[in-house]
Design a protein around this ligand. Structure first.
Ligand SMILES: NCc1[nH]cc(CCC(=O)O)c1CC(=O)O
Length: 347
């Protein structure tokens, strides 16, 4: 039914200027085909983004304007092993970007934190959307005590079984509570909540952003201060990728970009790129735009740790809002210089 997509055709340069064929820059060929993962969170994010795009761009206010293409990624297909053991980057985006490069979809919506720092050739980050809360939340099961913000892990009984597949969360909690045991917990957000509720693990840690978007944030027993639990780079930000040469779509998407989200994600992703850890290296990155009497600036916190929590290094730097790339690189280099080398080589 689709046939060759109009975007694939080159503009006829033989069209005589006298005909004044209107080439409206904001009217891309329809339908626009959006690539997305099929998890409830991915679909919720994708549909919210399409609503926003429609609101911004009235020409798309047509039910036929979009076509949703659900693409299963390696990260979706593999549920029984720790992601860190599968190895490789872009586990949640590789197949989607193949579809983009091959012209099977026109753009793709992702959780920025699942997007590799170096995108495949010909693919660019078209826009970053306003950040939802970047913090992690503690999900407590029936064996836990009452949550106390002054002592966030005090509610976890000795030897509690924490369900997580994130080495970043694991390392940070073990640094404060070495008695805690870690068990791999994968699957979508609802599955993980169910495993805590049914006591298959004592507690878990999830991004508050995902819970909020799914309307499940009442399940967050306690939200962790980013100083206690440094979030992942890009956590809470939805990002859209597009073909580098699709200038019309890039222009459209750039217009709805949230500039603060771009500034913080540039810094966080530059930090991640500089550290170039394996996915077994616990790394956190969290930037904020600070506005006070001394002006507006970017504050970036980075974290490097050992998986077992026996080493944990956290540093914060500040700089100009538009200098995130340099700031992230500099902080990454500093953290790397101060960490034992084996953390990055995985020996
Ligand atoms: N791969 C898991 C993933 N990717 C993005 C989110 C949450 C939403 C976000 O960070 O924007 C989650 C779930 C979680 O970490 O709890």
């Amino acid at each position: 039914m689709l046939g060759p997509h109009p975007a694939a055709a080159t503009q006829p340069d033989q069209a005589p200027a006298a005909t004044h064929v209107p080439v409206a820059p904001h009217r891309p060929p329809l339908p626009l085909r959006v690539g997305t993962r099929g998890s409830p969170l991915a679909l919720t994010q994708t549909r919210a983004f399409l609503r926003m795009l429609t609101h911004f761009c009235p020409v798309l206010r047509d039910l036929e304007a979009f076509e949703e293409h659900v693409i299963t990624t390696t990260g979706d297909a593999v549920q029984d092993r720790r992601l860190a053991e599968i190895g490789g980057k872009g586990l949640f985006s590789k197949e989607i970007h193949e579809a983009l490069a091959q012209g099977r979809v026109d753009f793709a919506v992702h959780s920025l934190k699942d997007l590799e720092t170096v995108l495949p050739p010909g693919v660019v980050l078209a826009c970053t959307l306003r950040r939802e809360d970047a913090r992690d939340a503690l999900i407590l099961g029936p064996d836990c005590g009452a949550p106390d913000p002054a002592d966030p892990y005090g509610c976890l009984p000795a030897g509690a079984l924490l369900g997580t597949s994130s080495v970043r969360r694991q390392a940070q909690i073990l640094a404060l509570r070495p008695d805690i045991r870690i068990t791999t917990l994968r699957g979508n957000v609802q599955t993980r909540l169910d495993k805590v509720a049914s006591n298959q693990c004592t507690a878990s840690l999830l991004a508050l952003a995902g819970l909020r978007r799914l309307g499940l944030d009442q399940r967050a027993s306690l939200v962790l201060d980013p100083e206690i639990m440094v979030p992942a780079a890009g956590q809470g930000i939805v990002a859209v990728t597009v073909r580098e040469n699709d200038l019309a779509l890039r222009e459209l998407l750039a217009a709805i970009e949230d500039r603060t989200a771009r500034a913080v994600s540039t810094a966080e992703r530059a930090l991640l790129a500089e550290l170039d850890g394996s996915c077994r290296t616990p790394i956190g990155g969290h930037a904020r735009v600070i506005r006070d009497e001394s002006g507006t600036r970017l504050r970036l916190t980075g974290l490097v740790a050992r998986e077992d929590g026996s080493f944990l290094l956290r540093r914060t730097v500040e700089g100009a809002v538009d200098d995130g790339e340099r700031l992230g690189r500099a902080l990454g280099a500093e953290l790397r210089a101060e960490s034992p080398a084996d953390i990055f080589t995985g020996d």
